[in-house]
Design a protein around this ligand. Structure first.
Ligand SMILES: Nc1ncnc2c1ncn2[C@@H]1O[C@H](COP(=O)(O)OP(=O)(O)O)[C@@H](O)[C@H]1O
Ligand SMILES: [Mg+2]
Length: 240
């Protein structure tokens, strides 16, 4: 089943085109990664897909709901971990999650479930400001899950984390996928994208250069890692 459908998506601010006709589809239970340099338009795409901003042009559908027309439905089924999420620093982990859970009409059971799912039991009484970067990310993911979303957007969820914490977040993403959630990921870590992604889109200057799989890009450029293949692709642009 197709969960995300984007067709010829444009986003402009004033006269500046940020997204210039992006198209892709994501199936249920897939991890789909948007890759590309800073400023390419990855976060802008995520913002449109989570109904934070409206598209300027194009067809965008999430589980059959049209954006922006049916955004009130979309907001109920998507969870978002923004690039620079900050929890309430003086609240404990549990109280942070509880706050958002209550906003969504969740109960104590749900809070316990999420704490369990993200392995936060030993940290539930720790105040947000005293957590490591890896655990702050976990809380952000926990909060994104409170509305029982079918789709979760993770915008650079592992940036700045130590290798062990990054791998822990990978396990969480795999776990979400195994529960049939659709995961849309943006990342600069190509090793991460190679390991996790079912499909990738290379975004560059508001356009999709390649819509493929990690293997597909590696084969195209005859490289043994996605990172090398990605760099080879960018190099071809320099030659134009
Ligand atoms: N509200 C805005 N007004 C004007 N320009 C914006 C706005 N938001 C983002 N941009 C611009 O859009 C481009 C793409 O940004 P973004 O989607 O955040 O890139 P990425 O996430 O790929 O690094 C950047 O040049 C950024 O400066
Ligand atoms: Mg971004």
């Amino acid at each position: 089943m197709i969960t995300i459908k984007v067709k010829d998506l444009w986003k402009s601010y004033g006269k500046k085109d940020i997204l210039k006709g992006i198209s892709f589809e994501v199936n249920e239970g897939e991890i789909f990664s948007l890759l590309g340099p800073n400023g390419a338009g990855k976060t802008t795409t995520v913002k449109v897909l989570s109904c934070m901003i409206s598209p300027s042009k194009g067809e965008v559908e999430v589980l059959g709901y049209k954006i922006p027309k049916e955004c009130s439905n979309v907001r109920k089924i998507v969870g978002i971990v923004p690039q620079e999420f900050q929890g309430f620093s003086d609240l404990t982990v549990r109280d942070n999650i509880a706050y958002f859970s209550k906003l969504y009409g969740g109960n104590e059971n749900q809070i316990d479930e999420i704490i369990e799912k993200l392995d936060l039991k030993n940290y539930e009484k720790v105040r947000y400001k005293n957590l490591s970067g890896g655990y702050k990310r976990r809380v952000a993911i926990a909060i994104a899950l409170v509305g029982n979303p079918k789709i979760i957007y993770l915008d650079e969820p592992t940036v700045g984390l130590d290798p062990k914490s990054r791998r822990n977040i990978w396990e969480i993403m795999k776990d979400l996928k195994n529960k049939n959630l659709t995961v849309l990921l943006t990342t600069h870590y190509l090793d991460e994208a190679q390991k996790l992604s079912d499909k990738i889109a290379i975004v560059y200057d508001g356009k999709i250069l390649r819509l493929t799989t990690p293997d597909g890009l590696m084969k195209e450029f005859e490289k043994s890692s996605l990172e090398e293949a990605y760099l080879a692709l960018l190099e071809t642009l320099g030659e134009q």
